[in-house]
Design a protein around this ligand. Structure first.
Ligand SMILES: O=P(O)(O)OC[C@H]1O[C@](O)(COP(=O)(O)O)[C@@H](O)[C@@H]1O
Ligand SMILES: [Mg+2]
Ligand SMILES: [Mg+2]
Length: 289
């Protein structure tokens, strides 16, 4: 089953093919390098390698005019003027790469925008994440539907169509140290802890896929020491918000849908991120307001 938009299809096919290679290429690339990414976080060898691999391949697609990534300071424009009006891609090459040390789950996130970067989530035309778990899966949201695939040998095989969040939420996962949470968020978390089961693995993609599978809420809140939170709007908040909203859930920065946030601080802007079942996000917004 291919995606009807040929440029989106090319991005999805490239991501599917590359995911198998990225997974295999993690061996021997788990060590930290003496560099920080533009968000000031330590990079591992695999972060840089996956970024270069995806940049080269995604920029080679006809109809992709810009590539941006968590691992590089500047947006890369495609030299091809014929593509200048095309879609743009924003990528988190390895989400949760600190989990490489402990050999735990990780992901890759790609958002395809129909606007120059940085863009609003509402400008997304598709978003996908790859989860490197015991097997490699991909969740793809387009304007039409959300589908889950298994990836193997560079091929993708659809295993679920029209994916939606289960109605009865089961799991929650919140990032940041508890003493650094605001009082309002702490009060919300205390309620949720009595209702749902904790699932937090330190890679947003792993934790979000728990929410997609079982229903619930994932959040990385604004902290007392860092009100803007940790996760990045273009590479993490927007694409995950888009996927969850397409799957019938809600996204929020604590006040409004992530997809309606106007980027104002460049490509590496951070934001609090909350995604999950609609009633849980509604309650969160009421609590934080
Ligand atoms: O270690 P913490 O503070 O719980 O942060 C974990 C969060 O940070 C991230 O690892 C940030 O993503 P990157 O690994 O892509 O920088 C998320 O995947 C995860 O949800
Ligand atoms: Mg990430
Ligand atoms: Mg990353």
């Amino acid at each position: 089953m291919t995606v009807s938009d040929p440029v989106v299809e090319a991005v999805v096919a490239t991501l599917s093919r590359s995911a198998t290679e990225i997974r295999q290429g993690l061996v021997g690339r788990r060590g930290a390098v003496d560099e920080e990414n533009p968000s000031g976080e330590t990079q591992v060898e695999a972060d840089i390698w996956a970024d270069e691999l995806l940049a080269e391949r995604l920029l080679a697609i006809d109809g992709i005019s810009q590539y941006a990534s968590e691992e590089r300071e500047a947006i890369v424009d495609c030299g091809d003027t014929a593509s200048a009006a095309g879609y743009t891609v924003a990528v988190d090459p390895l989400d949760g790469s600190s989990n490489l040390t402990s050999n735990n789950a990780m992901g890759t996130i790609v958002g395809v925008y129909d606007a120059p970067l940085p863009a609003r989530g509402e400008d997304l035309v598709a978003a996908a994440y790859v989860l490197y778990g015991p097997i490699t899966t991909m969740l793809l949201a387009t304007e039409d539907t959300v589908s889950e695939y298994e990836l193997t040998g560079g091929e993708r095989r659809r295993i679920r169509e029209d994916v939606t969040l289960p109605d009865d939420p089961v799991v929650y996962g919140f990032g940041g140290r508890v003493p650094d949470w605001t009082d309002a968020f702490t009060q919300y978390a205390r309620e949720i802890e009595t209702e749902l089961k904790l699932r937090y693995g330190g890679a947003m993609i792993g934790d979000v896929n728990q929410v997609v599978t079982y229903g619930g809420i994932f959040g990385y809140p604004g902290l007392e020491s860092r009100p803007e939170g940790k996760l990045r709007l273009q590479f993490e908040g927007n694409p995950i918000g888009y996927i969850i909203e397409r799957a019938g859930g809600r996204s929020s920065n604590g006040e409004q849908s992530l997809l309606t946030v106007e980027p104002s601080e460049g490509i590496h802007e951070r934001t609090p991120v909350f995604v999950g079942n609609e009633p849980l996000i509604d309650r969160l917004e009421t609590q934080l307001s």
